[in-house]
Design a protein around this ligand. Sequence first.
Ligand SMILES: C[S@@+](CC[C@H](N)C(=O)[O-])C[C@H]1O[C@@H](n2cnc3c(N)ncnc32)[C@H](O)[C@@H]1O
Length: 484
Amino acid sequence: MDLQVLVSALREDLRGFTMASITEALGPVGMAGVEREQRLPALTAISAAPSRIGYLASFFMLGGSLTREQFAEAFQSLSYEEALEHGLVDEHGRSTIALRPVAVPDRHGGGELLIASDLGPLQGHAPETNHVMPVGGATLTLAGLTRYDEGQSVLDLGTGCGFHAILAARAGARVVATDVSQRALDFTRFNAALAGVSVDLRLGSLFDPVPERFDRIVSNPPFVMTPPRVREQIGTFEYRDGGGTGDSLLQAILAGLGDHLADDGLAWILGNWHIAAGVGDVEFDRAWREPIARWLGDRRAWVVLREALDPAEYANMWLRESQLTGAAFDSAFATWLSVADMNSSVAFAYLTIGGAEGPQRLEEYRGPIAETFVDATWEGVGRAGMTDDELLASHLVANGVQEKRLHTAGQPDPWHISLLSHGREIPVTAEVAGFVGACDGDLSAGQIIGAIATLVDVDEEELVGQVLPYVRDLIGAGLLAVNG
Ligand SMILES: C[S@@+](CC[C@H](N)C(=O)[O-])C[C@H]1O[C@@H](n2cnc3c(N)ncnc32)[C@H](O)[C@@H]1O
């Protein structure tokens, strides 16, 4: 049975296997268990009220085994023998892969995609070193930043189960997906076939298999900085340990953009890097920016620092993710800490990078990365690079901005003013709040500052010097848009 025949049968059988129907079959307690990566509550719900969708969920999501009769009820096109022949079911009636519907971000048209990956904790399996991971939270947040158009050339570097590649192909882009893992490319081939799209699959490390340039590059690379001595102890996990040491993998990907990203191109990359300061140090603010700014050079870029962890938090997170417990955990944890710099921390960030030179915005932002403000911010990052004269001549519009003022009871003047929009809260002065309040696109920025200077009787040039850095920041964050 070839792949196309198998996929056609599965597409038929998986009709209606959606998040809504699974939620109904598993019930709220079962679904809550699934969120915690516990399968027993869901399996209990399914055996109490068996259904076709329940059997499919048990088989593909929960590591459950199906009898031949149950299999025949769940799958009407694919026979048990065909599934055996294709290696989809083992001798105990269990699935050899995990498969579930994944919600597609609105930016990519919404709906759901069926995505297969290796068996993992929810199916009762600890990840092996060649594990092909499912679509996770980081994958989805990264997808929420990306956008692809028809005819574009797109590279998904380290494609894994192929989610980004499939989104790009659905948009009509020509997609190359690379991975060092043949197993990952096999999953991508299968998932692309299930989604009804085609992707050019290439085996190899980083940019080795791609001599060409691309309009868009997306990568959720294996960025985890597991020390070599820990890898000797617990193994090198292909999906997360990129080899090399420290943050060399992220550096190599950023360096490779020069030869592989078109001048008017865009790249979206996730990564960890080493910060030469602890999370609470006074130096932290400068230290987290320093390496990434150096690697980015002059490129237009928007860097969102999502998290900074101390060495113990970082080691704990990744050792737990490997399902290590007890003495094995303690031993690997001790090795990791023995080689860690306890005065340092690890950055985790989302990077949006342009193919050409341009302004940069490096910000710490922990809130949700709303799909709706991504484009406004990228546009703003470019605009914030205007000269002072260009800024003063521009007509600005406040982009859904809310103002927050905090007063001490009985005091007329606020002690705190901030502007809120696009998920951010930016503290400002009263003059800046007044300026933004007047930004309806009618007067130029210079005219508004002139009017405020007259009103509050201050020197106009001084006010320009005070207000413009805030204006630049608000434009960069997408709170102020340049009209026209
Ligand atoms: C964190 S997973 C990301 C998978 C998928 N792109 C996603 O966003 O969910 C990283 C992927 O990179 C692959 N990989 C590891 N080392 C690589 C390398 N040197 N070059 C290209 N891909 C690599 C792994 O096999 C894995 O599939």
